[in-house]
Design a protein around this ligand. Structure first.
Ligand SMILES: [Zn+2]
Length: 216
């Protein structure tokens, strides 16, 4: 089973409401005002008056994953009685936005996920996208994001194998430093069968990257 991830990444209203109580918005606003002063801006000029409050709310949303738990999304599994126990479950093109923890600048891209259920228990496809969101919406490194998604699926779904590919573009690399606006970063994480069996790993990577569908 392969699915595209279109429309899976809508924010959950209940979680967003819960986050409101746990983020110190006034403190964030004071910090943003300090940044504006430190760079030589006037935080009291008309265009910047509401900026600290806006940025505080944006940071609350961009870090909502810190106050969420993948277990909440992966706990509910159901029987997949029609398939064989050898069927792989894969989702390609799960869009995400995250924040590089070194510069607090965005990096955005797509995650491709596959797992091999141990029995016939599977999880809803949207829950895989939620899991990506939980780990993306926090200060992150792409390498850790990829590993954390793989580990969450491994521990909560108890599958025979997990493969995760993340490709993304980092604004901190495009806007500053190396100034490589067109460079994509690619990371992978494999667990179980896909870590030990190189033929299975090649097969699942071909599936996730679309090479098998294009006959490449
Ligand atoms: Zn960075």
């Amino acid at each position: 089973m392969i699915a595209s991830a279109e429309s899976m990444c809508r924010p959950a209203p209940a979680r967003r409401a819960a986050c409101n109580a746990e983020v110190d918005l006034p403190r964030l606003e004071r910090a943003v005002r300090e940044i504006l002063i430190a760079i030589g801006e006037n935080p009291d000029r008309e265009g910047l008056l509401d900026t600290p409050a806006r940025v505080a709310r944006a940071y609350r949303d961009l870090t909502a994953g810190l106050r969420d738990d993948p277990a909440r999304h992966l706990a509910r599994r159901f029987d997949h009685t029609a398939g064989s126990v050898h069927d792989v479950v894969a989702v390609r093109d799960i869009s995400f936005h995250s924040m590089c923890e070194h510069h607090l600048l965005p990096f955005s891209g797509k995650a491709h996920i596959a797992y091999l259920p141990a029995g016939r228990k599977v999880v809803g496809l949207s829950k895989l996208a939620r899991t990506v969101e939980v780990y993306a919406r926090r200060p992150q490194m792409q390498e850790r994001l990829t590993a954390e998604i793989a580990d969450a699926l491994s521990s909560h779904l108890d599958p025979r194998g997990v493969a995760v590919i993340v490709e993304s573009r980092h604004l901190c690399m495009g806007m500053r430093g190396a100034c490589q606006p067109g460079a994509d970063m690619l990371t992978t994480a494999v667990r179980g069968t896909y870590a030990t069996d190189s033929a299975a790993r090649k097969e699942i990577f071909d599936l996730l990257t679309g090479r098998s569908a294009r006959g490449v």
